[in-house]
Ligand binder design. Structure first.
Ligand code: TA6
Length: 310
């Protein structure tokens, strides 16, 4: 089983618009899609479509928290959220013909220190039976910046594998926990290393530097439409998808994380895992629904993904 952690889960509300948005006017929404959201829920939904047994955990609250778990279960994701005071947030994704996707991300509720400590204490029982644990996205107010380091330590003590996909101070402090894989994008790499990263050579150099600096077996740098680079002890590889016209790119990075978790659980090599994850992520860009992909689209794309040693 794969357990996904979403400390700041959300009800993701996608608004499909008939025409381009005009600020300061009344806009009628053509279609509303509510899904269990937050990066870790997108990870969970995609891992479920890949065929894995998946459980989602993290913080949830209020009526929205119950609605979140109901939506997750409808997507074949088991849930074991830690309920706190306050309402689980909503994140709005406006999809319109002119601007594509515009996201409005609410900050979410504040979490008390005692709730954080109790969640960490309960975490070892939450992950029991899981071979891989993923930790994704931002954290609510009140959650200390070393939270992922503390949760990673619990997973490593249990002898399980852990993927960390976050940014800023949560990433830099989480590295001290030595996860089995991280998946920053170029902006997150720039913030982490304090350098400009522009173009393939910079990405390859950054991946090699991170591998040397941190004892993390798989360093993945996601590159959007250009796929991803994976640095590991066997070398550095680039997985490149075919050129596509995306329908909805929100959550594609989360889809990649979900596929890597499945690949890790199935014991794939770094190269196999990279080809698999790049294909799933590209297929998810072809779905209008966040945290979703059509397996038939994946099969077609998989044959066209190129994985080469750099
Ligand atoms: O990556 C897409 C997404 O997970 C959306 O579904 C929305 O929930 C948002 O990101 C949340 O991002 P955050 O960094 O606040 O956890």
């Amino acid at each position: 089983m794969i357990t996904t952690v979403t400390l700041n889960a959300s009800i993701d509300k996608a608004y499909v618009m008939e025409r381009a948005i005009e600020n300061g006017t009344v806009m009628r929404v053509k279609e509303v899609r509510n899904t269990a959201g937050g990066k870790g829920l997108n990870v969970a939904k995609v891992a479920g479509i890949c065929g894995a047994k998946v459980q989602a955990t993290g913080f949830a609250g209020g009526f929205n928290g119950k609605y979140l778990e109901d939506l997750a279960r409808k997507s074949r994701v088991l849930t074991r959220f830690f309920h706190v005071e306050g309402e689980t947030r909503s994140c709005i994704n406006i999809l319109d013909p002119k601007y594509g996707s515009t996201e409005y991300l609410e900050p979410g509720f504040s979490v008390k220190q005692e709730d954080v400590d109790r969640f960490v204490e309960e975490f070892s029982s939450i992950i029991e039976g899981s071979s891989v644990v993923t930790m994704s996205g931002s954290a609510p107010r009140g959650v200390p910046s070393d939270i992922y380091r503390r949760l990673i330590a619990v997973v490593k003590k249990a002898g399980r594998k852990v993927i960390l996909d976050t940014s800023g101070v949560y990433l830099s402090e989480g590295l001290a926990g030595c996860p089995d894989m991280i998946k920053p994008n170029e902006d997150e790499i720039e913030a982490l290393l304090g350098i400009r990263v522009s173009g393939c050579e910079d990405v390859l150099r950054s991946a090699r530097d991170l591998l040397k600096t941190y004892r993390i077996p798989w360093i993945v740098i996601s590159l959007g439409a250009d796929g991803a680079v994976l640095a590991c002890e066997d070398g550095v590889f680039h997985g490149k998808p075919p050129s596509l016209t995306p329908v909805n790119t929100v959550g594609c990075g989360d889809s990649m994380t979900g596929a890597f978790a499945v690949a890790m659980e199935r014991g794939m090599s770094a190269e196999e895992a990279l080809g698999y994850a790049v294909s799933v992520s590209a297929a998810s860009a072809m779905s209008p629904i966040t945290g979703d992909f059509d397996p038939a689209v994946y099969e077609k794309i998989r044959d066209e993904v190129i994985v080469e040693r750099c």
